[in-house]
Design a protein around this ligand. Sequence first.
Ligand code: PMT
Length: 406
Amino acid sequence: MEGKHIVVGIGSGIAAYKIPELIRLLRKRGAEVKVTTTRHALEFVTDLTLQTLSGHKVYSDVFAAINDHSTEHISLPDWADAMIVAPATHDVICKMAAGIADDALTTTLAAMRKPVVIAPAMNDKMYAGEALQEALATLASRQNVEVLDCAEGFLACGTNGRGRMQEPETLLEAVEAALTPKDWLGRRVLVTAGPTHEAIDPVRYISNHSSGKMGIALAQALLRHGADVMLVMGPTAEQWTPPVYHPAMQGVGSLRRMDVVSAQEMYEAATAAWKEADTAILAAAVADMTPATVADHKMKKGQDLTDTIALRESPDIARFMGVDKRADQCLVGFALETDNEQQNALKKLEAKHLDFIVMNSLREQGAGFGTDTNSVTIYTKEGESHRLPLASKSDIAEGILSAIHG
Ligand code: PMT
């Protein structure tokens, strides 16, 4: 998002109170933001707040007398790389579909040819209405428009239903996706992420320090590029709510998430998904060993626990998939090393029948478990290598996708 110009168009709905947070997130990611609103949106969020957070005057009145931006509805679309309409009310959506331009926001939209994200928010009965759904389907069919669905939950009118705007963090992802070429469209990609927990008894388990961040960054990047992602996720504290698009939307990625706990569960979910996938990227840190038996009661301090816990090997998911690989499938593993990094990674590349292995080393500052950054070397089975120096896990994920995109 660094240096991107984003226009935020605010409709007259209560969810407008969340837009200052979206502007803050966009600016934190390096984007420059300008705001345009309908006539009444400023009843819900103040001009001063929007101006302070965006660093620019707010364009809300086409006819303002003392107005140094009288042609903003033309210059904003020229300035923008993308626009988001949030909250997109019933009124704004229907006007946009019909081509009506009668205020600052809708006149700006009429001239906008760059990617536009629509984030609807309204009462659930209004959202289910025929006119609105027809308007959303019309917008979804336009080349430059990406229409989000409403989320379900508690609505400001006091009811529960589908009508909530998706949260600012998710809207940020949707804007990023709208700016990204859909060069993975139609590809079905399996991603494994996070650790596994191997139960000793109902209270304790064996695990490792994987947070799931690297795998989530890969799933996010794949979705941005339009892939259909199957994410097999081990136990994680990471919160991630990806954008959900309106059912009429074509040409965007999709996500199926399967949460698992143990290596055995990850094996079952991953090998089943592998049959449908054309690519798999295995970023999970699967526990190599699992207790041979799981006690059905909490083991007591003392003898129970100081006795040896018998372990057996858990299934090597990558290896099973490598042996089972079809000629049209691409298998990408990770290697987390502490020494003899290159040698160990190359051994795994061969033993697991991988096409690529992404090596990260715990000896490098900022790489590996739990961090928001990573640095990796990607080795191919043809003997080539690419180095991706320390960067955010999001940028590393982009680098991995470029390296393996065949
Ligand atoms: O989750 P984060 O906190 O963001 O950390 C990211 C990470 C360090 C976990 C990630 O970048 C990473 O390196 N993941 C792989 C860790 C690992 O288990 O490496 P390995 O060298 O032990 O395994 C080699 C490959 O075989 C991996 O693709 C692994 O998923 C796979 N494997 C391993 C064991 C097993 N039983 N089944 C497997 O499929």
